[in-house]
Write a protein that binds this ligand. Sequence first.
Ligand code: ATP
Ligand code: MG
Ligand code: MG
Length: 348
Amino acid sequence: GSVIGILGGGQLGRMLSVAASRLGYRCHIFEPGAQPPAGHVAEQVTTASYDDHAALRAFADAVDVITYEFENIPTAALDLLETLKPIRPGRAALAASQDRLTEKTFLQELGLQTAPFADVSDAASLDAAIAAIGAPAILKTRTLGYDGKGQARLKTADDAAEALASMAGAPAILEGFVDFSHEVSVIAARGLTGEVVCYDPGENVHRDGILHTTTVPARLSGSQRMDAALLAGKILTSLDYVGVMGVELFVTPGGLIVNEIAPRVHNSGHWTQAGCAVDQFEQHIRAVVGLPLGDGQRHADVEMLNLIGDDVADLNTQMRATRTQVHLYGKAEAKPGRKMGHVNRVLG
Ligand code: ATP
Ligand code: MG
Ligand code: MG
């Protein structure tokens, strides 16, 4: 096929469209919001709600394969789309990542380490969860959380009532607080014929709940690096996954603990644009159209810096810096907390 349908028109959809275009494919974006960043790049954009099944049907008819840049696609829309065109990555990956309770259960059943967790729906189940897990702990909404939104930290059991109130009735999960030394993520890809390629893990630093920098190489031993690749391969293979996935990990003396998985290209994989011959966006496009995967080898040390809100007001320093790429997403308004672009700096 030659037209790739992408659900979601944010910066990830935009960079996927750029990569697809470079390989001679055309992209068609489906996005409810007006003026999506990907709309500047993709050949076609459908602006419609996920409830508009006629629009979804027309979109599916116009494309050869469907992929996505975010995991919270409504189930009814997926039910319809999957009868019309292949969706890659498939439903199993979305089921495993849309709900933190399902996600952690899936990871544990695979034999991977997660934070201790328990389902929370009311004050009684929260008390039981605290009794089982202890404090400190983090209460998170099961669905729709990102950039640290929908989370409340409990220093002690006394914080329970306030934390529960902040969930506003949404189903939640309590997680034991993991005492990690640092956070890393591994970006991995699996092709249509089952081959797996992993990028070198990156080390992630967050600021105000939002990814601030990713640096490669991460501080990891050779065996930790191997563990990261093996566990990513296990996750992808068990889901019969096709495409790129981001796997967030906590590094602890007891080994790597999986925090969450994202069934898509990932902000912590943007460094691959400057560090690898085939970046995560091209890799994802290759996977979903059934091309051979590219080489995941890293040829440089890189630091990726996110440009959030007003960080884009003055970029002269970055623009003049050597061995530095500036990526801007074409968003009109630089609101606080909004991801406006990123900078990849080759180190050394
Ligand atoms: P993202 O924007 O990466 O999707 P998110 O909103 O889905 O983020 P998480 O990644 O689950 O949220 O949590 C955000 C951050 O909070 C983590 O990167 C980590 O720093 C911290 N955190 C989350 N869960 C735990 C935990 N169980 N123990 C310790 N720290 C945690
Ligand atoms: Mg998340
Ligand atoms: Mg996260």
